[in-house]
Design a protein around this ligand. Sequence first.
Ligand code: SF4
Ligand code: SF4
Ligand code: FES
Length: 208
Amino acid sequence: MSHSVTIEFDGSSHSVPEGITVIQAMWHLGRPMIHGVGCLGGVCGACTITMRSSSQTESQTALACQTMVEDSMALTFLPPDASKKVMTPLSADVADEKKMIHFYPETRRCVACQACTTICPQGIDVMEGVRAAINGEISAVAEKFTSCVMCGLCSMVCDARIRPHRVGIYARRLSVAAHPGSADQLFTRIDEINTGKYTEEWERVMSS
Ligand code: SF4
Ligand code: SF4
Ligand code: FES
């Protein structure tokens, strides 16, 4: 016999099967999820929620595709990121510490409130990344934002209108431009795909 749990979603209680993710629970409830879902693998940042389980007194952010339903959990989906990305030509991507601040000058306005760090569903110390950007430490910024999924929550809560994730991804681009050899594994994987190493597995997944 399958068991069910009760979750509170946008203020109403719903019974859903246990052992499924929050996204799967939404499908179970008949919600098409045209917005708020993308990769289902924890990398696109589209499915951010705020949630609180019965054992918690404060809510936290999470990725709905990576979060299993629990009895008595309360959750709400968060809006998508609408922050503006600065367009910079790839040919201009040489590692120049002044560029981060040149393209994102508002970064200097950080008042060290920690709001961005507190809200990050990936547990990134976002504020430290912003401080490193102000100091022009490209590698440190790139390292800090390695697991960023670009959900944009850090930008939404920043009263100083800083876009930490945009600064983070730009530092990652600058970092790779400075050390192109570090992308060897990427080129190896592209070769493997082009020579058909994963074709059989891909067809198996697509036909299941
Ligand atoms: S929310 Fe904005 S002002 Fe506050 S620490 Fe983060 S970047 Fe700085
Ligand atoms: S750094 Fe910002 S955009 Fe990246 S995962 Fe954390 S909150 Fe989301
Ligand atoms: S759907 Fe992409 S991170 Fe959840």
